[in-house]
Design a protein around this ligand. Sequence first.
Ligand code: ATP
Length: 287
Amino acid sequence: MRTISVKAPAKINLTLDVLGKRTDGYHEVEMVMTTVDLSDRLELTVLDTDEIRIQSEHAYVPNDHRNLAYRAAELLRKRFNIKQGVEIVLDKQIPVAAGLAGGSSDAAATLRGMNELFDLGLSLEELAELGAAVGSDVSFCVMGGTAIARGRGEQLETIPSPPPCYVVLAKPKIGVSTADVYRAVEMEKIVHPNTEAMVTAIRDRDFDGICSHLGNALEAVTLELHPEVRQIKETMLHCGADGVLMSGSGPTVFALIEHEQKAHRVYNGLKGFCPEVFVVRILGKKH
Ligand code: ATP
């Protein structure tokens, strides 16, 4: 029986800009995303039957075709005429419906894992292209590292990773539907982040510049729906965070912090208040 284990890391948005609404229903976006070392773990096993089996103990994660890992497996089986099935055991560590691309990263890990398990010989770029059919963030999750994502998120330009720092992630009890947040976007009210300035700060390894150019056009929309997100931001700043922002469509808020001691102060300041709080690092290299 062939089994492999694959890591599926979360992402955060250093910027997220909404440029307009497209005729296909998606929004045109421009985002700087980076991978952090908070990961789900997937165990993939080849089955003799032709089924795709998902196993997860998480109450909010579907075990059927609605799971993005299932869709990724189905896509590869159909496209490459794979006769055998696969069992995917999901050990969820990334908070669900959190703005951290947990489901997309599981789909990306499934693509990478099945590529190896079934000797498909596809490059990461080819897998990223296939992944776009499963979800807009899947392409980025296949590649990992740091990138500017455009289009609906699937057009990637890899850039260097930010200088090492600590990232505190805090997710309030609520989950947020990405579709609901995009539906509530009013284009004329959008506050656009300065993506170019963020990319320059990253290339210059200018930590203060990165912190001052954090910006997310969806933040105001989610804050309106869920005021507790603002409270987390304020607590993080009060505890000494260098920069704070909501990731993706939320509700997870992250803090960037240069010094370890301060990172633990921010962590301790939020622990009693948020059910899910983590201190992680930016993953500088491809996984
Ligand atoms: P993004 O940042 O890409 O918008 P997210 O972090 O906000 O993603 P996910 O954790 O990916 O959101 O989950 C969103 C919904 O997708 C969940 O409510 C869940 O029902 C469904 N889902 C499907 N597959 C998965 C998976 N493998 N892990 C978690 N949720 C999944």
